[in-house]
Design a protein around this ligand. Structure first.
Ligand SMILES: [Zn+2]
Length: 216
């Protein structure tokens, strides 16, 4: 059975919480109550948690690009000009969202994979873009594409505003989704894909940041 602390709140709500030590005059009574709780709640909770984790894993592995893009679309962002964002507008966009840390992570990951396809898998880019109309990040002064590293740019302190664990997870799940998407189209060279991803991470991000983006 998973430990009660690890159970997400919306699942906790569906079960009686375990008896607390403070409510019992002696350890023995508490142990007994705990045993009773385990026998009544433990098994069901275990099953619900198993389902919950399997679901999360499935979502994470299968379609993170789609999940993030749909989430961004629901944010109804203002400041997207023809599906383009200029560098100077990103912080405003992020701060106005319902979850700035997730939006920072999502935009970074989505723009990274989109630029990656554009650079290394050109022949799939138009199909990729029509399936995933990911906003483009425009460089403020030159008007060309700006790198996704912008969302964690160190000189502006954006890296300190990121939730690195979340960023790392969304990034890796998006990259895995992209790999699956390319495989479905016959791009089976896993080693080449991984090398290119690693190279882009190494050249695009700082050394510390690159650690978070390692794709296993
Ligand atoms: Zn601008």
């Amino acid at each position: 059975m998973p430990s009660w602390e690890d159970v997400p709140d919306d699942i906790k709500k569906r079960f009686p919480s375990p008896p607390e030590k403070a409510d019992y005059s002696c350890d023995e009574d508490h142990e007994e109550a705990l045993g009773f709780w385990h026998s009544r709640v433990g098994r069901n909770l275990g099953m619900v948690m198993q389902q919950y984790n399997a679901e999360r894993k499935k979502v994470g592995e299968s379609a993170q690009i789609k999940t993030e893009l749909e989430w961004i679309t629901r944010q109804n962002l203002k400041g997207l000009n023809g599906n383009q964002i200029c560098q100077c507008g990103t912080e405003k966009l992020i701060s106005h969202s319902t979850d700035p840390k997730r939006l920072r992570a999502s935009l970074l990951a989505l723009i990274f994979v989109s630029q990656f396809v554009y650079t290394h898998y050109q022949k799939w880019h138009s199909e990729f873009y029509s399936e995933f109309p990911i906003p483009k990040l425009r460089e403020h002064s030159l008007g060309i594409h700006a790198h996704a590293v912008w969302f964690v740019d160190q000189s502006h302190g954006f890296d300190k505003m990121a939730d690195w664990e979340l960023t790392s997870r969304i990034f890796r799940d998006c990259v895995n989704h992209l790999q699956k998407w390319l495989q479905e189209r016959g791009e089976m060279e896993t080693a080449e894909f991984k090398n290119l991803i690693e190279m882009e991470i190494r050249t695009g991000f700082s050394k510390d940041q690159a650690e978070y983006f390692k794709v296993h």
